[in-house]
Design a protein around this ligand. Structure first.
Ligand code: GYE
Length: 335
C-alpha cells in the first residue's frame, strides 16, 4: 500500500515538472520591524535589505542556486543583498546570521547546512523582530514561529523516486547497492536516504555500504575508491547528488570498470554536468532538484516586508530523467 502511494506521488511530481507549487496552508507573516538601519521597511518602494547565508560552494547545484539568488535579489529589483558563503560550516553560518541581526537587515534568509543547532540564533533573530526565510534545507528547531516560510524540494520524495526507479529496473537481479550520502546531518542527506530505503524495502536490492561524501566531487571519488577496495560485487551506486556521482565515475573508471554498465549509477540534482554524463551513458537515472529558488525567495521577502501573508511551505516540484530524456532535455537546460 505504501509503495502504491509512493508511485502516485511520483507520478504527480513528474506531472508537475519543475513548477513551483505553493501549498494551500497560509501563515500570517509578522510585519517586518523597521530595522535597526532606521529605514522604513514597508513595501513603499524602499530598498529591502536582505542578509543571505549560503551553505557553501560544494556542488554544481549550489553554484546554480547562488546565481539564481544573486540574479534575483538585485538593486534593480529593489533589494540590497549581503551574501555570505559559509564553506559548509555551521559556525560560519551562525556568525553570518548574527552579523545580519546586528546590522538590522529587513529580512534574513539562509540555507541551513545541517538540521539541528539553530535554536539560539533563531531566537535571537526573533527577539530582534527580523523575519527569517529558509531556502533549500529544513531546520529542526524548538523555537516557535522561528521562520515565516520554507522554500525547497521534498527530499524524501526525491529519494523515493530514485529508489522506485531502481526497484523497477533491477528488482529480481540481487543488486548490491552502495550509497554516497550528502553532508552528515543535512536535511537532503537524511531525507534522501530515508526515501530511497523505503522505496527499495521489500525488494531484493540491498544497501551493502553507505558513507558521506559531503556532496562534493572529490568526496564522492574518495568514498567510491574505498567502496571499490572493500567490495568486489557492487552493482549500483546511489549518490545523493550529481557531483558525488561524477566523482564515483572517476573512481570506477580508474578501477578499470565501465560506469553505467558494469556499475549502474543513480544520482539527484540534474545539473548540466550530471545530465551530460547521463546522456553519455555513464549515469543511468537522475532525479531532479530544482535550484532556481531566487524568484520565489524574492516574492516571499517582498510579501513579508509588506506585512502580507506568505505560504509557510513552498514545495518545489522535481522531474526525473533517464538517458533518453536527458538527451532530449540537455539543449534547453538552464542549469
Ligand atoms: O542536492 C547538493 C547540494 O541542499 C538540495 O546541496 C541541496 C543539495 C544538493 O550540495 O548538490
Amino acid at each position: 500500500m505504501a509503495r502504491h502511494h509512493h508511485i502516485i506521488r511520483t507520478a504527480l511530481a513528474i506531472a508537475g515538472a519543475a513548477s513551483l507549487v505553493a501549498l494551500a496552508a497560509c501563515s500570517s507573516a509578522p510585519p517586518a520591524e523597521p530595522g535597526a538601519s532606521g529605514e522604513p521597511a514597508a513595501g513603499g518602494g524602499e530598498t529591502i535589505t536582505v542578509g543571505f547565508s549560503q551553505v557553501g560552494a560544494e556542488s554544481g547545484w549550489r553554484a546554480a542556486n547562488t546565481k539564481s539568488i544573486q540574479d534575483t535579489l538585485t538593486t534593480e529589483n529593489g533589494f540590497e543583498l549581503s551574501f555570505s558563503d559559509a564553506q559548509q560550516k555551521q559556525e560560519n553560518q551562525i556568525s553570518a546570521i548574527r552579523n545580519y541581526i546586528a546590522q538590522g537587515v529587513d529580512v534574513i534568509a539562509f540555507s541551513p547546512v545541517v538540521e539541528t543547532g539553530w535554536d539560539a540564533v533563531l531566537q535571537e533573530a526573533k527577539s530582534a523582530g527580523i523575519p527569517v526565510v529558509l531556502t533549500d534545507r529544513a531546520v529542526d528547531t524548538t523555537v516557535e514561529d522561528a521562520y515565516v516560510s520554507f522554500i525547497g524540494s521534498d527530499f524524501i520524495l526525491e529519494g523515493e523516486m530514485a529508489g522506485e526507479w531502481a526497484a523497477e529496473q533491477y528488482d529480481g537481479e540481487g543488486y548490491k547497492v552502495v550509497e554516497l550520502q550528502g553532508t552528515t546531518g543535512s536535511a537532503p542527506a537524511i531525507d534522501r536516504k530515508e526515501g530511497f530505503a523505503a522505496a527499495i524495502d521489500g525488494t531484493d536490492l540491498e544497501i551493502i555500504d553507505s558513507q558521506t561524501g559531503d556532496f562534493t566531487r572529490d568526496g564522492g571519488k574518495k568514498v567510491m575508491e574505498g567502496f571499490l577496495t572493500a567490495h568486489d560485487d557492487i552493482d549500483l551506486v546511489f549518490a545523493h547528488n550529481d557531483d558525488m556521482g561524477l566523482g564515483a565515475i572517476e573512481a570506477i573508471e580508474a578501477a578499470g570498470k565501465v560506469p553505467g554498465e558494469d556499475i549502474k549509477i543513480i544520482t539527484i540534482d540534474a545539473v548540466k554536468d550530471g545530465m551530460q554524463a547521463l546522456a553519455d551513458g555513464k549515469i543511468n537515472y537522475i532525479v531532479e532538484c530544482n535550484p532556481l529558488l531566487g524568484p520565489d525567495l524574492a516574492d516571499v521577502i517582498k510579501k513579508v516586508v509588506a506585512g502580507e501573508e506568505v505560504e509557510e511551505r513552498i514545495v518545489v516540484k522535481d522531474e526525473a530523467f533517464d538517458q533518453e530524456a536527458a538527451k532530449a532535455a540537455l539543449p534547453d537546460r538552464q542549469y
